[in-house]
Design a binder for this molecule. Structure first.
Ligand SMILES: *Cc1c(COP(=O)(O)O)cnc(C)c1O
Length: 391
């Protein structure tokens, strides 16, 4: 198999061609799927292919990991059976007594997991407003803090964390043990921001979302800046021993989805910007939360850190509270009432309903995942639903 570092070429070209992949044996343009779980040992007791057992490694997902590492400007990547599996592996590489800083408003399932994990694993955790660098700086506990976890833009209010500022602060306050910065970049995608280029140590993706893009694979990924970093090697061990790997079949399907990543993300971003601007002027919409709007609190940081767009995710707050919000979702036709995000089809969701009572998310908020459909048609469907719910 050949896979080239296509230095100098754009992300769009590199990902469309899976780094120019050609299968040496057949000259196929698409990587083969290797279902084998186990590999023959040589008669002299060595494993010359380097492959032993597919819980450790598999040539099908190695190709996809190569593409991911490349488009995130990383040194190495690992695929996981889900975004959650990828994220929890990072935390499981910590040791009891370590301390972590995480966002107050973040992907809800991971926040819930973290609260339990911090108790059972004996890891200290502070949830802070990560849009505020002073809040991050103040939460660092010298010699104890080992990880700053950022999510940007963060679900479902789309707060932006300044990655470079957090990295600078982590470096300033690092003592004998470094403070790593990990970024859940699921919503930004490597098309819009590349945290490793801003100094982060690890990037995490729910590859279920934009990377795959077709709502038909559950997958996760981690990409690192330094493949020999002892923290990364510990995470690798968590995957190898815990076995949260992606199947070869799903890896192949993920790569197929990834080839159109740039087109899908660009279209979603353009439509999201259009919808955000239009919805700001729509009656009964109280607030539009979108990093691309000049009125958005973290817009300046978004401008600095994101290139080519502000993402395909936005939220609206509507007059009439939870009741009106749920009714609007009920009256949309193109927008599908479903959780998840980053697929080709647009989704609408009343987040407070799924997050439950202790959610920090306002009750009148609808989360919109903008797909690749016609933007005018998406707007018309939403506007008719808003009007019908308020008539
Ligand atoms: C969906 C999501 C996750 C979790 O990923 P799964 O693939 O569902 O396990 C984590 N972070 C963000 C921002 C997500 O949107």
């Amino acid at each position: 198999m050949t896979q080239h570092k296509q230095a100098g070429l754009s992300i769009q070209t590199r990902v469309a061609q899976a780094l120019g992949f050609i299968d040496e044996q057949t000259k196929g343009l698409v990587p083969p799927i290797y279902p084998s779980t186990t590999y023959l040992r040589d008669a002299d007791n060595h494993y010359r292919s380097g492959l032993i057992y597919s819980r450790d490694d598999n040539p099908t997902y190695r190709v996809v990991e190569g593409v991911l590492a490349d488009i995130e400007s990383g040194a190495d990547a690992m695929l996981f059976g889900s975004g959650m599996a990828a994220a929890v592996s990072v935390f499981q590489a910590l040791r009891p007594g370590d301390h972590v800083i995480a966002p107050k408003v973040m992907y809800w399932a991971l926040r819930n997991w973290l609260i339990d994990f911090s108790k059972t694993w004996g890891v200290g955790i502070d949830f802070v407003n990560t849009s505020d660098i002073d809040a991050i700086a103040a939460a660092i506990q010298p010699a104890k803090t080992k990880l700053i976890w950022l999510e940007t833009p963060a679900n479902p209010m789309w707060h932006i964390a300044d990655i470079r500022a957090a990295v600078d602060e982590a470096q300033k306050q690092s003592q004998a043990h470094p403070i790593r910065v990990a970024v859940d970049s699921t919503v930004a995608t490597p098309v819009l921001s590349r945290p490793l280029e801003l100094g982060a140590d690890i990037v995490m993706h729910s590859a279920t979302k934009y990377l795959n893009g077709h709502s038909d694979v559950i997958a996760g990924a981690l990409i690192c800046a330094d493949k020999d970093d002892e923290f990364w090697l510990r995470i690798r061990k968590v995957r190898r021993q815990g076995g949260a790997v992606l199947s070869p079949q799903d890896s192949a399907q993920l790569l197929r989805g990834m080839r159109t990543l740039v087109l899908r993300v660009r279209t979603s971003c353009e439509s999201a910007m259009f919808l955000a601007e239009q919805l700001q002027q729509t009656d009964d919409v109280v607030e539009v939360l979108y990093p691309g709007l000049p009125s958005f609190a973290d817009h300046a940081t978004a401008l600095k850190q994101m290139e080519g767009g502000f993402g395909g995710m936005l939220s609206i707050r509507v007059r009439g509270g939870a009741k009106a919000a749920i009714e609007i979702a009920a009256r949309t036709q193109l927008w599908k009432r479903a959780t998840s995000l980053g697929g080709v089809e647009s989704l609408i969701e009343h987040r407070a309903s799924i997050e439950g009572e202790d959610t920090p998310v306002p009750n009148d908020l609808l989360r919109l995942s903008v797909g690749i459909e016609d933007a005018q048609e998406l707007l018309a469907d939403l506007v008719q639903a808003i009007q019908a719910a308020h008539s």
